[in-house]
Design a protein around this ligand. Structure first.
Ligand SMILES: NC(=O)c1ccc[n+]([C@@H]2O[C@H](COP(=O)([O-])OP(=O)(O)OC[C@H]3O[C@@H](n4cnc5c(N)ncnc54)[C@H](O)[C@@H]3O)[C@@H](O)[C@H]2O)c1
Length: 331
């Protein structure tokens, strides 16, 4: 299939481009480079359009020129804290931009959409593991922006029976390409695994543990770490399974939770180095424990995470970060 990957120069988008290409599809990266790394275009050797998604003329031309069947939409801003500080920027880029993309798709007759949603749409769940039936009560503008798009998509499918979408609610995306070619490089980097690795490498002074008094076995938050290549595979399956008029809402996680301290211990084991730590206060909005019930993804998409052992995920990240201590720019 011909797939426009919006945000394809970013972390999850670039890994999905790689897997799409490996599976024989024709991905086209569309990215403005604001938060991703246009360097991946040369590494992945795929066509790319470097432009903003709000540039409707360029986007419409890309949809037509590349005879696009499916849009996978990874492009967004994705920092919870920043979304609290700058909510309008988040609603503009995560909601209004997505509406612009959907309008261009409608005009070009492109009917299949795979959307990066998030477990942040659930907010603080009433129980774990989290099923898709859990109440949607996001606690940040970021989470609300993603839930708003889910609602837009439901309204669109109700109005256009040829349209179809999958809203994939990721848990903690992590790891790097298993062949070491591409990796994770956010600025600032706030995700636990790369932050712990960078601290172990001496690239940052110490890793801050935000709260060690949570009601969990070791007092730290518990999360579900899903390898980025597993996420990519789920997108491809979703694209292939979607039928006109269908809406799919799916959790993407391993179904297993690991505490921050367990992950740090695993980073130390994989790297053979100590992770320097400082302890800070709890951060507002951090849920105690989040892990997915992945049953629906298995039933609907035939998808299950292949990499459930955090050490495998961490090893893939360790390999990439030790070769790229300053990320893509430092190469
Ligand atoms: N990383 C995670 O753990 C995680 C978890 C749940 C959901 N998500 C969602 O997955 C998606 C991808 O996350 P990521 O970590 O790869 O983010 P990322 O920041 O690495 O990638 C996003 C990409 O989108 C591009 N972009 C942003 N706005 C754009 C615009 N207006 N026009 C063109 N390009 C634009 C950026 O330049 C960047 O390359 C996001 O939508 C995010 O909300 C991520």
């Amino acid at each position: 299939m011909n797939v426009l990957v919006a945000g394809g120069a970013g972390y999850i988008g670039s890994h999905t481009v790689k897997q799409l290409k490996a599976a024989g599809h024709n991905p086209v990266i569309y990215d403005n480079g604001s938060r991703g790394h246009i360097e991946v275009v040369d590494i992945l050797k795929v066509p790319a359009v470097v432009a903003d998604l709000n540039d409707r003329a360029t986007l419409s031309k890309a949809l037509r020129d590349h005879k696009i069947d499916t849009v996978m939409h990874f492009a967004a801003y994705a920092y919870v804290g920043e979304s609290v500080q700058k909510p309008l920027m988040y609603y503009q880029n995560n909601v209004a931009t997505t509406v612009a993309v959907l309008e261009c798709m409608q005009a070009a007759g492109v009917k299949r959409f795979v959307f990066s949603s998030t477990c942040a749409t659930y907010g603080d769940p009433t129980s774990v593991p989290i099923t898709e039936e859990e109440k949607k009560a996001p606690v940040s503008p970021y989470g609300r922006s993603k839930l708003m798009v889910e609602n837009v998509l439901s309204d669109l499918v109700a109005a256009d029976k040829q349209f179809s979408f999958a809203a994939l609610r990721y848990f903690n995306a992590s790891g790097c390409a298993l062949d070491g070619t591409i990796g994770e490089d956010h600025d600032p980097e706030t995700h636990l695994i790369p932050s712990a690795i960078l601290a172990a490498m001496g690239m940052r002074p110490a890793l801050t543990l935000f709260g060690t008094d949570y009601p969990t076995p070791d007092g730290t938050n518990v999360r579900d770490y899903i390898h980025v290549e597993d996420l990519a595979d789920a997108h491809i399956l979703a694209m292939q399974k979607l039928m006109p008029g269908q809406s799919v809402f799916c959790n993407l996680g391993t179904g297993r939770g690991f505490s921050n301290k367990e992950i740090i211990k695993a980073v130390e084991k994989v790297s053979g180095k100590t992770v320097p730590l400082t302890v800070g206060p709890r951060r507002a909005g951090d849920a105690i424990a989040l892990w997915a019930d992945p049953t629906r993804a298995k039933q609907l998409l035939g998808w299950e995470a292949k990499h459930k052992d955090p050490e495998v995920i961490i090893r893939s990240a360790w390999i990439w970060h030790s070769r790229h201590p300053r990320g893509y720019a430092g190469k």
